[in-house]
Structure formats: C-alpha cells, structure tokens
Design a protein around this ligand. Structure first.
Ligand code: GLN
Length: 491
C-alpha cells in the first residue's frame, strides 16, 4: 500500500494492514511524514523533536500487537528514551531521558511507535501553544489562529494527519481545549487511570495523561491499552480501569445534563449552536436531555489558578541549575547561579506561575489562600457529584470561543486563563472529560462540545462521542458539495 493509501487510515485499520503484511511497520509510521501530510508540518509546526532514526528503530521493533506500526505523537513532557523531552523549555533543552514514561512503554509494548514529540506551551502552562521556546504551533484549519493548548502540537498533528493518535496531558483542559480547536477527539481520563510516571509534573493533583484521536474507536483502543494500575505512580488507582470495549454501543436511554445557564453569556453564538446540534443528535440517537442550572464555573477558575500555581511552584523548584536543568555560569556565587539559571531557563509565563504559587504557599497566606482554595475544590467536587445524581453525562462547551488568533491573548493573562473556564472543573473534581467535534462553524473552523462523566465514566463518554461521530458522518454525507470536512484547508 502506498503512503497515500495508508495516510489517514484509522489506527485500528493501519495496525490491521501491518499485521496482515499489506505494508511494513516502517511504511505505516512514515505515511504521515512522507505522504500528503509532509508539507503541512512546515507551516503548522506541531512537532518539537523528531528523529527519523528513532522512528525506524521503533518501527523495526513493532511488527505485531494491537497497535502494530501505528505512529503516535507524544507531547514533549512525557519521557521518551529515544527522543528529547524538554517540555518546550530552555530549562530542559537538549535533555534526553534514560527511560520511557509508563504510558509510552505500554504504547510500545502494544506495537505503537513514537512519531515525534509534540510542541506545547512551556511546562504545559498555557492555552494556545504560543509559550513554547521553539515557537508556536498553528491551527491547521487556519494558520493565523492558535491550535489551543497546552497540547497544541499533538492536537494539530492528529488533525492534519501526521499520526492517527497522540498523547497529551490535561491539568486544566490541555487535551480537551486543543482537541476542540483542532476538530479531533480528546479524552482526559479519570484522575489516576493513566500513569503519571514519566510525565514531567506541573500540578500533580490535577495532571492526567490524555489521548487524542480522529475516531472515538481509536481513542477507546488506546485507552484500553494504557489504563491501569502502575506501581511506579503512587496516585494511580489500584482497581481495574473501566471497560471501554462497548464504545460503539449507542446512547439509547442515556440522560445528558443540559446546564444552559453556563452559556447564557460570554459564549460565542457558534459554540452555542454546536451544543444545540450535539444535543439534537444525541436525542435522535435515543438519549434524553435533562436541563438544570449548574454553578461550579463561577469560582472554578480562581480555585484552579491557586491550586495549580501552588503545586507548580513546588514541582518546578527542582529546576535550579544544580539538581536539574539549565545552568548559567555564575562563578562561585550560589545565589547568582540560581537566579541567573532560573531567569534564563524559564519563560515569562512559567515565572509568573511560580511567583503566584510561591505567594499562595507562603507563611501568613497559606491558610487564607491555599486552604480556602482546597475547601472550594472539595465543594466543586460535591457539585459535580450532585449533578451526576440527576444525569449520566454533562454536555457543555469545551471552550467559550472558536480558535482565536495568534497573539490575541498574549498580553492579557486573565483572558488566556478564561479559555479554560469550562474544562478545569473536571481536573479539580478528578472526573473524566472528553471533547468531540460537531460540524464546523461557518467559515470552516472546527467546533466541538465537551462531555463530562462521573468517576470511571470513560465508557459512557466514548459511547456518546461515537454517537456524535456517526451523526456527523451522516451530516457530512448530506453535505456532499463539501469535499471532506475533516481535511484542513490552508488560508
Ligand atoms: N491552560 C491551563 C493552564 O495554563 C491548563 C493547562 C493544562 O491543562 N496543562 O494552566
């Protein structure tokens, strides 16, 4: 099979072709890099580090397994022994770990091959991938717009067809929001379901590895292969993960919450129209809409930015030029060495987070600021639990806007932080969430909805995502004058 035939196959079909001997694992892995997608990377810049030699070696070791020869883009904060892992920060530039993250190891054991390291906001702090020390990633649907963040590279790579699957991390929305902006499926699992061993920590109580794919079925497969206890991660759940093999089981009888108060103001009309479309599709597939008011959004942003920055200031303390990270020469003056190394190694947004977090944790403010945030967090979790006593899933926006323009929010940190208003609640509560594309907005920009579920609700989320995908495929057939909506068009 030629690169053109292999390119854009679902991961499951690609692995089947490799196992049947219709193509080699190397041809499968190279289909993105050498095929029709090759030109996209120059404009989009989804990949921070790639190594054809490591790809070939990985493909040589991957002729069998459920992911035989399937290329997977891995966010640059997940350790890979054969590619650099830098969190797109000068602090870690040139670092190549001696080991694989557990999720990367499991991916390889299943036959998957690391296709490249996905570009990201430095240390996963951001919502647009503009804070990468290697320069921004652009949205493949409109190069003047951002792909979302912080996992913008992995999301964009899956969207334009470099690989059918990617791994990211989601601390406050960094898988779901870029998936929404790039028109792909993005799953943030229940906290503790995917091992964090080998994920460079940002805010440990919120961080979860997440999965990008073009198809719900591919995401379900990768989840099934990666999820499960890991003795190397003390926060991984000891019980068996939810069984997602029923991802194509439909949504008959499912009750989805419809908290319309959340988008009464401050949400773009195109986003609201996408929600209406998804709700109608789910209803036609046999699900039931349960309208009610839902409030955690009101203080989730403040709570998140206290908890996340506090944990980040503590996690990033190790990058001091002595124990880890970039070292600036400063003679024998230890204080100057720390100051210069951290000032040169960290970008402005990371420094801002460290300062905010250090403030929240400092004596005298700890009770007032950090403990209050912890109490608010417990309350947010209870509010989600109460919501899930009335419905099986919540349907809501993934982000308040469609993809915004590069530079639009760079000078206004608060505006950037508000991009996550609908996603960060799931991290505070520890529950799973997914964003799924619906039909594009007028003008062709991707548009998506978010689904949230109770602990271990991954199977329900995937079933709903699949139901939307099936409706979407039908809708696309009805609109046959459009060539193929999944194919990004350059502007
Ligand atoms: N945009 C959010 C932040 O900057 C979330 C980032 C993430 O999920 N890693 O903190």
């Amino acid at each position: 099979m030629s690169a053109r035939e292999l390119w854009r196959l679902p991961a499951r079909a690609l692995a089947t072709a490799v196992r049947a001997g219709e193509c080699t694992a190397l041809e499968a892995v190279s289909a993105g890099w050498d095929g029709p997608a090759a030109l996209w990377e120059r404009d989009v810049h989804a990949i921070a580090h790639s190594d054809p030699g490591a790809r070939a070696a990985g493909a040589g070791a991957a002729p069998s397994g459920p992911l035989a020869g399937v290329p997977v883009v891995v966010k640059d904060n997940l350790c890979t022994h054969d590619h650099p892992t830098t969190c797109c920060s000068r602090m870690l530039d040139g670092y190549q770990p001696p080991y694989d993250a557990t999720v990367v190891q499991r991916l390889r054991e299943a036959g998957g091959v690391v296709s490249g390291k996905g570009n990201m906001d430095e240390f996963a702090m951001g919502s647009s991938t503009e804070f990468s020390c290697y320069g921004p990633t652009r949205n493949p649907y409109d190069l003047a717009r951002v792909p979302g963040g912080s996992s913008g590279g992995p999301a964009a790579a899956v969207a334009y067809g470099l690989a059918p699957l990617a791994l990211g991390s989601d601390t406050g929305g960094s898988v779901r929001q870029p998936a929404a902006f790039c028109g792909v499926v993005g799953l943030k699992p229940t906290y503790g379901r995917l091992s964090r061993y080998g994920l460079v920590a940002f805010a440990s109580s919120l961080d979860q590895v997440g999965i990008f794919g073009r198809h719900a079925g591919d995401v379900a497969l990768l989840y099934a292969l990666l999820a499960g206890p890991d003795p190397l991660d003390a926060t991984s759940r000891a019980s068996l993960p939810p069984d997602v093999s029923g991802w194509d089981g439909g949504v008959e009888g499912l009750r989805f919450g419809w908290p319309a108060n959340l988008w009464r103001e401050g949400v773009e009309a195109e986003v609201v129209a996408g929600l209406e479309e998804a709700a109608a599709w789910l209803e036609r597939a046999g699900a039931r809409r349960v309208p009610f008011d839902f409030l955690p959004g009101e203080y989730a942003v403040a709570t998140y930015y206290l908890v996340a920055t506090a944990e980040a200031s503590s996690n990033l303390a190790r990058f001091d030029g002595v124990r880890y990270g970039h070292r600036d020469p400063a003679g024998h003056d230890l204080h100057a060495l720390y100051t210069r190394s951290r000032s040169a190694g960290f970008g402005a947004e990371v420094q801002r987070r460290i300062l905010l977090g250090t403030y929240a944790l400092s004596a005298g403010y700890y009770e007032e600021v950090y403990l209050t945030a912890q109490r608010a967090r417990a309350r947010i979790r209870r509010e989600y639990e109460a919501a899930f006593s009335r419905c099986d899933l919540l349907l809501m926006p993934a982000a308040p806007t469609l993809p915004f323009r590069l530079g639009e929010k760079l000078d206004d940190p608060l505006a950037m932080y508000l991009s996550d208003i609908f996603t960060l609640g799931a991290n505070l509560a520890g529950i799973p969430g997914l964003s799924a594309p619906v039909t594009p907005a007028a003008g062709g920009l991707p548009r998506a909805v978010q689904l949230l579920g109770p602990d271990d609700g991954e199977a329900l989320l995937l079933r709903a995502a699949r139901a939307l995908e099936v409706r979407g495929e039908r809708a696309r057939l009805d609109r046959s004058h459009e060539v193929e909506f999944a194919w990004p068009t350059k502007r």
